[in-house]
Design a binder for this molecule. Structure first.
Ligand code: MN
Length: 283
């Protein structure tokens, strides 16, 4: 399934370049009341929702995907886990450029570990990126985002990928500077997720996906997930050895080389093979 959220909290099923409104399927979710669970309700119940989604799609008319104002496909991620410097060429460019490393030691991911981005930073493609500190360099980072489908606590490598519900594109927007990553990367709208959640069964091999990012049509980043230093399974092993991963948690797997500044007025286009393309305006 390729699921999107659009307009005012509608759930969409993507078929080719068309979308069907399958919001009626959300009635099959269990009623939630305070205190709310620490997971995303839709992702936690995704397998039970397949039949209601198919039933709603059978009744729905389709509309062009390009007409839909896309929101983050994950409404309520409990946490956003992110991998720093997880492509070797990006590690080299970060070490070589003072405007990126800011006298911070840029160590290998095996030594730095993972960091968290605030969930309040999450937006969908249609919401755009609002540059907060115009006097500072703010960079784009395209990343493959893995969405956790079921609770994962100290899982083995052999079982790790069974805990992934699906994948989407993530933009880990970053203010360069000396502060902690979690601060610089948690500004409102600095975690763009989209265009859709593509369930794992639709992705032949998440370790062989081409990814590409352009700014105003100029190619900035182009790589393949096979070049990840720590692959998705081992990132899940690593993360779940420290904290329990919950359905809807988002794992940003790291950005390849080619990061660069963005400014208001720019248009970012980000693509990952088998997932899709999203356009994101910067303001
Ligand atoms: Mn990143």
């Amino acid at each position: 399934m390729r699921l999107c959220r659009f307009a005012a909290d509608k759930l969409g099923l993507i078929e080719g370049d068309r979308v069907k409104d399958v919001s009626a399927a959300l009635d099959a979710l269990p009623a939630a009341r305070y205190p709310l669970p620490r997971h995303d309700l839709l992702i936690a119940h995704l397998s039970e929702l397949r039949a209601p989604i198919a039933a709603a799609a059978a009744r729905a008319k389709s509309m062009p995907l390009s007409d839909c104002a896309l929101l983050s496909p994950i409404a309520n991620p409990g946490k956003i886990i992110a991998a720093p410097v997880n492509y070797k060429k990006h590690l080299e460019e970060a070490r070589a450029d003072p405007a990126i490393h800011h006298q911070n030691q840029v160590a290998e991911i095996q030594r730095v570990g993972l960091f968290l981005k605030a969930t309040s930073a999450v937006v969908g493609p249609s919401e755009g990126i609002a540059i907060r500190h115009r006097d500072r360099r703010t960079d784009h980072e395209i990343e493959l985002a893995a969405v956790i489908g079921r609770q994962a606590d100290r899982v083995s490598r052999a079982q790790a990928l069974d805990h992934v519900a699906g994948y989407c594109i993530g933009l880990d927007i970053t203010v360069r500077g000396p502060e902690e990553r979690s601060l610089r990367k948690s500004i409102d709208s600095y975690a763009v997720l989209g265009p859709a959640l593509v369930t794992s069964d639709e992705i032949a091999d998440p370790a062989a996906l081409d990814l590409k990012l352009t700014v105003n049509g100029e190619l900035r980043q182009q790589a393949n997930t096979r070049d990840l230093i720590i692959d998705i399974a081992d990132l899940i092993v690593f993360a779940s050895s420290f904290y329990t991963l919950m359905p809807g948690d988002v794992l940003l797997t790291g950005t390849p080389e080619g990061v660069g500044p963005i400014k208001p007025g720019d248009l970012i286009e980000a693509s990952i093979a088998e997932i899709g393309t999203m356009q994101v305006k910067v303001r």
